[in-house]
Design a protein around this ligand. Structure first.
Ligand code: GDG
Length: 468
């Protein structure tokens, strides 16, 4: 389809393990974007540009070269120093943009030096893209860490069509107003030719922010996509909900390995109903609120005690940021307190695991879960909710989903929708799922699976590039 697709993201889709003595190993990464694009990228002639996740103490160039040959796409590293990571990634990206764009103003802070470093790292990315640019490349830049990269590519004279996709939500004008460099941010976004958002709400927010902040930009809106006329150029803006490879999860869920994992889990959990929570460690995911909702369920509906357990898997993430360490401690003490209060006999209400699962384990956990509790306070899309449906190959799982997850826009028909701030009603939703008839479960899950199957990740790519 494309001459050559060049994907650009903060991190390359790999992780490097080991040391000089034991030797190094390159493994495929596990983040949302990697999972989403993996199959597309290996099927077209592609390159991926990003930070390899390590410094020059690791011989990453030769490691990446070897990995590229096996993976069938080129990996091009951008070297970023410790100091830059501190300011560009942990600082501006994750203390300013991330909380503000997730509506969590309380966690938002702004440091001008971090902002300057963010811009200079974006410029560095642009330099590497330009160095490797071939005529006819389709350049696709991803996410909030690289908003200014398109602008610097233009400064370098790159004329290629520039595509950008934002994986996180776009805030309303009332929130963006708080951001000290808001006009600059809106203007550099207009250096792209095509901007994609996850949901119609994000797209609407962006257009309304433009009206206030860049009034000379004129928008002509259609149903799916809009055209912005600005500085004698046309910028296409659309919403394209990211998805997953349905068949991959569906097929994996039917294997003996995932069945064995699911069986082992159920045997050990010692309760007839297993509720699953699976999230990266992040304050946007609503994990403390979820544990409190589960506690409320046990308080309000004593008949579930001894019969239902929550398996909460928290995947380590951003641990060098203080807020994330604090969240980890909060979760450990919450789970401990609730277990201390309700455990009896061999039954434990909350099984808390702080770990990374491999792919087979992941699908095994989805398969074992009678109920998935996906309750972010705000989420761009949320792939876990879709992966759960694709792995529920027996049609019996129940999805409880936050109305603030982007995926709720399309999954609201089959899921039980909750407001994660409403602890009481979330507890009621878990109870409703617990007592739900098999017929209703099957009916709802069939709707969900049909939706995820129809709108899979391949369609996301095709829709973004206007191929359907
Ligand atoms: C951002 C946006 C948007 C998680 N733990 C393990 C594991 N994972 C995989 C899941 C899923 C992905 O990571 C997580 O994706 P989410 O969408 O749930 O969340 P974010 O990481 O916050 O992703 C989000 C996404 O980008 C894509 O646009 O949906 O809104 O915040 O695919 O399966 N995978 C394995 N082991 C784990 O322990 N193998």
């Amino acid at each position: 389809m494309h001459k050559r697709l060049v994907v650009v993201s903060n991190r390359l889709p790999i992780a490097i393990f080991g040391d000089e003595i034991r030797g190094f190993e390159v493994r495929s990464g596990t983040g949302g974007l990697v999972t989403a694009l993996k199959s597309t990228i290996s099927q077209t002639k592609s390159a991926w540009i990003g930070w390899p996740g390590c410094g020059s103490e690791v011989p990453f160039k030769s490691l990446l070269l070897n990995y590229s040959k096996k993976a069938n796409f080129e990996l091009i590293p951008v070297q970023v120093t410790e100091e830059e990571i501190l300011r560009y990634y942990r600082g501006f990206s994750n203390k300013s943009i991330w909380p503000l764009f997730h509506d969590l103003l309380g966690q938002f802070s702004f440091n001008p030096e971090d902002y300057e470093t963010y811009r200079s790292v974006n410029k560095k990315f642009a330099g590497i893209i330009a160095e490797n640019n071939r005529v006819d490349d389709t350049i696709w830049i991803h996410d909030y860490q690289l908003i200014f990269t398109g602008h610097y590519l233009r400064e370098l004279g790159i004329k290629s069509r520039l595509n950008f996709f934002l994986h996180i939500p776009f805030p309303s004008f009332d929130l963006l107003r708080r951001f000290p460099r808001k006009i600059a941010m809106m203007e550099v976004l207009l250096d792209y030719d095509h901007i994609g958002f996850q949901t119609s709400v994000d797209k609407r927010n962006f257009i309304s922010c433009l009206k206030w902040l860049v009034p000379e930009a004129k928008t002509v809106s259609k149903r799916q996509e809009s055209i912005i006329h600005y500085a004698n150029r046309e910028i296409l803006v659309g919403h394209y909900p990211i998805s997953i490879d349905f068949n991959e999860f569906n097929n994996l869920a039917k294997t003996k390995e995932t069945s064995d994992t699911a069986w082992f889990l159920k045997e050990n959990i010692n309760a007839e109903t297993m509720v699953l929570g699976l999230d990266r460690l992040d304050y946007t995911k609503g994990i403390p609120e979820r544990l409190r909702a589960f506690e409320k369920l046990l308080e309000k509906y004593p008949d579930v005690r001894g019969r239902i357990s929550l398996m909460q898997v928290v995947v380590p993430s951003r641990l060098n940021i203080a807020e994330y360490q604090e969240l980890k401690s909060e979760l450990e003490s919450l789970a401990g307190r609730i277990n201390g209060r309700f455990s009896s006999g061999g039954w434990i209400p909350i099984h808390y695991q702080f770990r990374t699962l491999d792919r087979v384990q992941l699908v095994g956990y989805y398969k074992a879960a009678d109920i998935a509790l996906v309750t972010p306070l705000r989420d761009g899309m949320n792939l876990v909710s879709k992966e759960y449906c694709a792995s529920s190959s027996n049609d019996r799982g129940v999805l409880i989903l936050s109305e603030f997850a982007g995926s709720a826009e399309k999954l609201r028909k089959g899921a039980i929708i909750v407001n994660p701030y409403d602890i009481d009603l979330t507890a009621d939703a878990i109870y409703a799922a617990f007592i739900m008839s098999v017929e209703e479960k099957e009916h709802r899950m069939k709707i969900l699976r049909a939706e995820v199957r129809r709108n899979d990740v391949h369609r996301w790519v095709r829709r973004f590039f206007g191929e359907e």
